[in-house]
Design a protein around this ligand. Structure first.
Ligand code: DGJ
Length: 715
């Protein structure tokens, strides 16, 4: 970030310039290695976005830019389209006028933080726009803080985290949506005059229908390797909204933030409101580079233990559902050891005594072990895990309650549900009111008491299966429209307390599959469960979708018995492209499949640094035909691994080579097929990096549901 002062600009402005340029004005340049976002203060004192694009070598050239569009547009002034800010005041004036007051630039981890303060000359409101630019990764984070310095309360009606303007002749939006078990499917459309919202109003399981990210191609639809594309995502574990509006001039604005739907927020005198972080990157080399920017940034700066290791695991959910007892679990812990994974994870169904959790109809909220299932408690299981040399993880869903539970009988006032209306249940349960500090204490205590009693619990899977319905909080009283926001803040309070007391405790973020998949939650959770759909064909699409924004490291991928027509190898190879786990038992596998799985775990452990921490290249899209391929290249380019899949090829179909990427063109690589179903490895062949990235390898076949894994080692 550089501040171009009026004095510096004076020299530039003495040159004869076209009438399109601004005169010497204060400019604030927020920039990373390749990208710049330039703001200019107009003669009227307001702040304008003059530029967003490729960083220009000579910063002085930004003085030649036209003024542009107002940076943080407010409701009810001269603009005719969607505003970023709308404040209701006691005197009835709802239109803030924001003028530049000052700005600061301070170094921070990975880059710089620029804070631009805007003030209303008449009312005592202040808005601070924050921009953190990550130099190397070309990633930006932005949010605003709204300060009420007036004599009384104000009500925030609209409060975007970010407003960005674009002036490309054509704009193409790719959104990622679906439903339970078919999350994150890509859909692209061109944007024309008018408004398109991508939003959610589900509250808790907020991303069940739509993921909190998008791609915006500028000029023409971007491909993996070409085109200018903005990739944006909101770090907010609740309702979000992205608004894309093309105006009468053909200009596009993109507003990102909390969904203002039923969220008018009263700000007391002296109070402030911080919007969530909007995270974005702009690539001129297509979606692949944009994803890698975000993956690098996420691992380095955002995700809990982003640079640390991850545990492979065996989960019991799909193999037992609610039907288990101590004996069965002890067998499964032994199987975890047999598979060679790091951890056994006990899923739903271990708690409740008055209302034992034998199905999803009861028991949620009563976090004591069911006596007839686990007569010796969790302690017997952690002890067994210790004996076997595996870690022990436990499923919880602490934000929820079944009406058939002791918790509900005791604390009906803790539940989100409308008075004078029949209760409505999603998966037979209700959401606890986390805006209430007493409920926050209770939720924290679920974790704290389990950890205190069983310090050997090494991991939690934190589930959240219901959206908020019939929204009403006994605690919020007259501030009902605060609930969606206060809920999320309450959740973060709890997670902060958990992180403070158990800083090294890893947890999996889960919400009935991919119902919670955002970068704020990932500050607390090193990994997330992206879908209950583990059919490997569907997973190729689902993982492809999430990989646009999230690194493989945070995407849990489990091998199950979904789609048994796919071989164990095919299912495992798909799961190896994320954080590998198994959710089946030994009886689901033949002896040779089991031998294969054990080998795969070993291969995975060896390749983890490449898959989880390397650069990901999406080579062949499952959306484009009958095959798919993805590769991962270690940061030092010494190791790489390619996963190639034949999904439903046609008879005698013409096959094309898979052209690799990201290698050292001048190096020679030893290439070998690994992870074969019969546990053998292929013969080593050598190729130059240049050859592999130009001609490629014949990795596809006409076999249905067939997969090939190739390891490359630099010689
Ligand atoms: C939904 C999750 O996505 C599943 O993995 C499993 O944990 C169930 N909940 C348990 O009820």
């Amino acid at each position: 970030m550089k501040l171009i002062t009026k004095t510096m600009l004076a020299a530039v402005c003495m040159l004869p310039l076209s009438g399109l340029t601004t005169s010497a004005k204060e400019q604030i340049v927020v920039e990373s290695e390749n990208t710049a976002l330039v703001f200019t203060v107009g003669d009227n004192g307001r702040l304008y976005q003059s530029y967003f694009g490729k960083r220009i070598a000579n910063a002085g050239d930004y003085a030649s830019l036209p003024l542009g569009n107002e940076a943080y547009l407010t409701h009810g002034m001269e603009d005719y389209f969607e505003p970023a800010l709308h404040i209701n005041r006691a005197d009835g004036n709802p239109s803030p006028l924001l003028t530049y007051k000052s700005h600061t630039v301070t170094p921070c981890k990975g880059g710089k933080e620029t804070v631009i303060t805007l003030v209303d000359p008449v009312y005592a409101d202040e808005v601070a726009m924050h921009f953190v630019s990550y130099e190397k990764e070309n990633v930006f984070k932005t949010w605003t803080e709204i300060f009420n310095k007036e004599k009384g309360a104000i009500v925030l009606e609209k409060f975007a985290s970010s407003l960005l303007h674009f002036t490309s002749p054509n704009n193409y939006l790719t959104q990622y949506n679906g439903d339970w078990a078919r999350e994150a499917n890509a859909f692209t459309q061109e944007l024309f005059y008018g408004k398109k919202d991508v939003d959610t109003k589900l509250g808790t399981r907020a991303n069940m229908f739509v993921s909190p990210f998008f791609q915006l191609s500028l000029g023409a639809p971007a491909t993996e390797k070409s085109g200018e594309v903005l990739v944006g995502t909101l770090g907010w574990t609740g309702n979000f909204r992205f608004t894309f509006e093309v105006d009468n001039k053909g200009d596009l604005r993109v507003l990102s933030g909390i969904n203002p739907y039923f969220s008018q927020y009263r700000l007391a005198k002296g109070g402030s409101f911080r919007t969530p972080e909007f995270i974005f990157t702009l690539s001129r080399k297509g979606t692949g580079e944009a994803s890698r920017n975000l993956h690098d940034w996420a691992r380095r700066y955002q995700v809990k233990n982003g640079m640390g290791d991850r545990m492979t695991l065996l989960n019991n959910w799909e193999s037992t559902y609610f039907d288990f007892d101590e004996k069965k679990l002890i067998t499964l812990i032994g199987e975890a050891k047999e598979f060679g994974v790091d951890m056994f994870l006990l899923d739903d169904g271990w708690f409740g005594n008055k209302y034992p959790r034998h199905s999803d109809t009861q028991g949620l909220g009563d976090w004591d072990e069911t006596a007839n299932k686990l007569p010796n408690g969790i302690g017997r299981l952690t002890e067994e895990a210790k004996k076997q040399g595996v870690k022990f993880g436990l499923w919880i869903e602490p934000e929820m309650v079944n009406p058939k539970s002791e918790l509900y009988e005791k604390h009906k006032d803790w539940v989100i549900t409308l008075p004078n209306r029949e209760e409505y249940y999603f998966r037979n349960q209700l959401v606890l009111d986390l805006s209430n500090p007493k409920v926050q204490d209770y939720v924290f205590n679920v974790v704290d008491e389990l950890k205190t009693k069983y310090p050997d619990i090494a991991f939690f899977k934190w589930d959240c299966n219901s959206p908020i319905t019939n929204i009403y909080s006994t605690y919020e009283k007259m501030n009902q429209s605060h609930l969606y926001i206060d809920y999320v803040r309450g959740l973060y309070n709890v997670l902060d307390r958990v992180a403070a007391k158990y800083p090294d405790l890893p947890m999996m973020l889960c919400a009935g599959g991919g119902g919670r998949t955002d970068y704020e939650a990932l500050k607390y959770f090193p990994e997330m469960w992206v879908s209950d759909d583990t059919d490997p064909i569907e997973r190729l699409f689902i993982q492809w979708g999430y990989s646009q924004v999230f690194p493989a490291k945070v995407q849990c991928a489990h091998v199950t018995t979904w789609n048994k027509s796919a071989s164990a190898k095919f299912r495992v190879n798909v799961a190896m492209m994320g954080k590998l786990g198994f959710d089946l038992n030994l009886h689901d596998l033949s002896a040779s499949d089991l031998a294969y799985c054990k080998q795969a775990v070993k291969n995975y452990n060896r390749l983890k640094p490449v898959i989880l921490d390397g650069d990901q290249y999406r080579l062949v899209s499952p959306y484009e035909g009958n095959h798919a391929a993805t590769m991962y290249v270690g940061k030092d380019k010494r190791k790489a691994v390619v996963f190639a899949f034949d999904v439903h090829p046609r008879y005698a179909e013409k096959l094309y080579n898979v052209v690799l990427e990201g290698l050292d063109a001048n190096a020679t690589y030893e290439v070998r097929e690994i992870d074969r179903a019969d546990c053998t490895v292929g013969d080593a062949k050598t190729y130059s990096g240049d050859y592999l990235m130009t001609v490629g390898l014949p990795l596809f076949s006409c076999n249905k549901l067939f997969s090939t894994v190739v390891e490359l080692t630099k010689k």
